[in-house]
Ligand binder design. Sequence first.
Ligand code: ZN
Length: 221
Amino acid sequence: MRFVPRFTDGQEFPHALGKIVCVGRNYADHARELDNPVPSEPLLLIKPATCAVPLEEPIDAPFTRGEVHYEVELALLVGEELSHATADEAERAIVGIGLGLDLTLRDLQTRLKEKGHPWETSKAFDGACPLSAFQPLSQVPNWSALVFTLEIDGEPRQRGEGADMLFPVPTLVAEMSRHFTLLPGDVVLTGTPAGVGPLSRGAELHFTLTGGLEIITHVVE
Ligand code: ZN
């Protein structure tokens, strides 16, 4: 079944989800916690539309394949075609902001990385990208003031601030559009702050984002 992005007012976006373009290591503190160098240009990857499931629904993680790490990220809904866009054009093409959970099979990813193999199977499996509804944007927000949080079983785990991104939203989306044409219905994930870790069965997850988005869900037992 095709995933159609929705707005928080219940309206469906007129295009089905295309691809999800992600950036690795867009927060210096997260790069450090995984012992990765801080990059000088964004490390991009794509998750297919088949990864998307509603974040509001219980998370069915593939625990039989090893540790499943959560990474909460600011998600952007693209409303216009972007190719070799300027930062200004990129910024104006974003029609909604929400949250995405970039799920990663960390054991598998580590093994594949060690061998120098592609690690798609650790990031692009079905259900690997729970996506929230998007808060509609009538004007460009103050990106650096956006804050999102994740608590697990009542404990603060991740807190991201636009101001801490190594590549701010307009620059990041413009750079993405130089590698891959972005189309209406594509989603951009903007990287995760420090605090990633393994999900556990039955855990309760509580997400918030500036603008009033709040979601409480849980991991399937
Ligand atoms: Zn990520």
